[in-house]
Design a protein around this ligand. Structure first.
Ligand SMILES: [Zn+2]
Length: 57
């Protein structure tokens, strides 16, 4: 079940977090929604905090 497949974009560097892919660099498994990310998660490209991200769609 996919509760949220919404993608989020980093306002700082343009990295897109895609829940279908997860974030291998931070050991985030595929099918992890943005809301499910640990609060200490940061952008793998520029280390911006998750509050720097905006919904892409
Ligand atoms: Zn970034």
């Amino acid at each position: 079940m996919i509760s949220s497949s919404e993608r989020y974009i980093c306002a700082n560097c343009g990295y897109v977090y895609d829940p279908a892919v997860g974030d291998p660099m931070n050991v985030i498994a595929p099918e992890t929604s943005f809301q499910e990310l640990p609060k200490e998660w940061v952008c793998p490209m520029c280390y911006a905090a998750c509050d720097q991200f905006d919904p892409l769609d």
